[in-house]
Design a protein around this ligand. Structure first.
Ligand code: GDP
Ligand code: MG
Length: 298
């Protein structure tokens, strides 16, 4: 009985610690704990003495997401990142889609006047990881944010993600912490969204424990799609994987290079397989192997 409940209890206690460490009240506002100067505000043009705004590159790997992409792009350009000191560029990487993903992206790029939108095409389909790598190569910004092409995440959460850069080199959006903030009360499955499958929740919890075991880092949501990296750190990596596991390869390499990672709570709106979800149970096993593989090799 205890053995059955152990993962849930471990995650519960860690969530509480995580909430304390990570400042879970961020979504509801409040002042920023400034323990380090915000790296992104530091550059000044020596000729004009004006602040140079750092560029945030938003990389969108998209595979058959024509139904969601247009609405997503509209939501992205509506996010007020300028008050945080950033300008943005958006890079859509169409990963060999068979639907109208490419047309939706190009139509938006042609009509958008408020942000630079660039569209790249991989043919044939090569996997999410390869699409992310194309985006990383093409990005010209100082920071790279990965944004899935569906509507499971809310671009409004760019604000807490960018604010997280005041506290660490790398920021991950945690759905687990987000649930702890938004859905209080007792649950056997802490951090689980009511519409998230038990299997997906369990895979996430086990990956948290696995990462803690082999890297000594507590990351409540290793599977999150919202990951904000310093461009230089990921551009110099030689990435070897091509699917969903590229996320874990990058996490492993960031930790091994000594970069600090902070998590901030984010919202999550899980979609079903019928609505287009593509990640499978087998990707969980591949994630476990990937974390182990890059613990000892590069
Ligand atoms: N499955 C899959 N997804 C891809 C591929 N290339 C890009 N993606 C994108 O990867 C993102 C994540 O997919 P999703 O099924 O929602 O997985 P999850 O959000 O990680 O659970 C979506 O934006 C996909 O369009 C690919 O080759 N295969
Ligand atoms: Mg998704």
């Amino acid at each position: 009985m205890l053995a059955q409940r152990l993962p849930a209890l471990l995650v519960a206690s860690a969530l509480l610690r995580g909430a304390a460490n990570h400042g879970c009240s961020r979504l509801s506002g409040g002042s920023l704990p400034v323990s380090r100067p915000p790296a992104y505000c530091s550059d000044t043009d020596p000729a004009t003495s004006k602040k140079i705004m750092p560029v945030l590159s938003i990389v969108i790997p998209a595979y058959n997401e024509g139904a969601f992409l247009g609405q997503l792009l509209e939501r992205i350009v509506a996010v007020p990142v300028a008050p945080l000191g950033f300008t943005t560029e958006i890079l859509v990487v169409n990963d060999g889609s068979k639907d109208d993903t490419e047309a939706v992206a190009r139509t938006f790029a042609a009509s958008c006047t408020t942000a630079a939108v660039r569209v790249f095409t991989q043919n044939p389909n090569q996997g999410k990881g390869k699409a992310v790598q194309r985006g990383i190569r093409e990005a010209t910004g100082d920071y790279i944010l990965i944004q899935d092409a569906d509507l499971e995440y809310d671009p409004a959460d760019y604000v807490p993600l960018l604010e997280g850069l005041r506290r660490a080199d790398v920021v991950y959006g945690s759905r687990t912490l987000g649930q702890a903030v938004h859905h209080r009360g007792f649950t056997f499955f802490p951090g689980r969204h009511p519409d998230q499958s038990l299997g997906a929740w369990l895979a996430g919890a086990l990956l948290t424990l696995w990462t803690a075991l082999i890297y000594f880092r507590w990351i409540t949501d290793t599977l999150t799609a919202y990951k904000l990296y310093p461009a230089r750190a990921v551009k110099e990596m030689h990435l070897r994987t091509s699917g969903f596991e590229t996320d874990h390869e990058i996490t492993a390499k960031l930790i091994r290079r000594g970069l600090s990672i902070v998590e901030v709570p984010i919202r999550y709106f899980p979609r079903s397989r019928e609505e287009g979800k593509k990640i499978k149970a087998s990707d969980g096993f591949i994630a476990v192997w990937t974390l182990l593989r890059f613990r000892f090799s590069d």
